[in-house]
Ligand binder design. Structure first.
Ligand code: SF4
Ligand code: SF4
Length: 265
């Protein structure tokens, strides 16, 4: 649909030009490249599946619960630039300053992009909300009532990795966001079936993690959170972050394996 192509182009221009995407303290380097965008139908049955207690739980709200007139969800992945990713490949123990800005100021840029997209949808005559900025949004105990990663999976953007990062065609190093809209944009085809299809299970993220939070069974949230809060935030407040499991790994900026075609890079 032409409307969605227009939105995708404008989202790319917004990220290319906005000062929110520049770190002025670091010579104005850009944090993100242009976003990739996926669309889900608001009534996709997978949104109900997220309510299963073995997935997220009953508290996870469907698009229609957020907005009864919802017709689609626009989910996007903002890939970190090479400058941010390269910096964070160094030093196994602590995050790069570029990454810390990308995690904190980058999240502000992310939310500005969501607001920009809402405005574009409204300009087209539709309605839109940003669940992550809605007064009903709640998170805690490593869960929320709108999981950007699960929404990205449903929207065709990618699958989970062993590190619980979302692996997209632009890799795992980046930030996710989404809006719910009343315009029935056509859903993006999901080019995968399993929730870990894009992960090669190479184990590189296990060795990268300074908190030993990842093993071959997956990621434990507590040691990761403890590292972010009690090591990086203490040292770098008001910033924090890590992302070692998303840099210097095969899924950093690409899909490391394409299982459907039996092709491994
Ligand atoms: S580093 Fe390897 S095992 Fe870890 S998430 Fe990426 S592809 Fe999967
Ligand atoms: S963000 Fe850092 S501490 Fe958390 S799982 Fe990844 S590498 Fe480990």
């Amino acid at each position: 649909m032409d409307n969605i192509k227009e939105i995708i182009n404008q989202a790319g221009e917004f990220i290319a030009n906005t000062d929110y995407n520049k770190i002025k303290e670091l010579k104005g380097i850009q944090m993100f490249d242009a976003p990739i965008i996926g669309i889900a139908a608001a009534d996709d049955p997978l949104f109900l599946k997220l309510k299963d207690k073995e997935v997220i739980g009953d508290g996870h709200m469907t698009p229609l619960e957020w907005m009864p007139q919802a017709k689609a969800v626009i989910s996007y992945f903002l890939p970190f630039t090479e400058a941010v990713r390269k910096a964070n490949r160094e030093n196994k123990d602590l995050p790069a300053i570029e990454w810390l800005y990308g995690r904190v100021e980058g999240e502000i840029a992310n939310k500005e992009l969501a607001k920009f997209l809402v405005k574009k949808v409204v300009d087209m005559g539709g309605e839109a909300i940003i669940p992550g900025l809605d007064s009903r949004f709640v998170s805690g105990n490593y869960k929320s009532n709108w999981s950007e990663r699960h929404v990205a999976f449903i929207s065709g953007l990618g699958t989970f990795g062993l590190s619980k990062s979302m692996i997209t065609e632009k890799g795992a190093a980046g930030r996710l966001g989404s809006i719910i809209v009343s315009i029935p944009f056509e859903a993006t085809e999901r080019k995968y079936e399993g929730v870990y299809d894009y992960c090669s299970q190479c184990g590189a993220c296990i060795n990268r993690c300074p908190a030993q939070a990842i093993d071959k069974l997956g990621k434990k949230h507590e040691p990761c959170d403890d590292f972010l809060t009690n090591v990086t935030k203490k040292r770098f407040a008001p910033r924090y972050g890590c992302g070692k499991c998303q840099t210097a790994v095969p899924c950093e900026y690409r899909i490391p394996v394409i299982r459907k075609e039996g092709h491994k890079e």
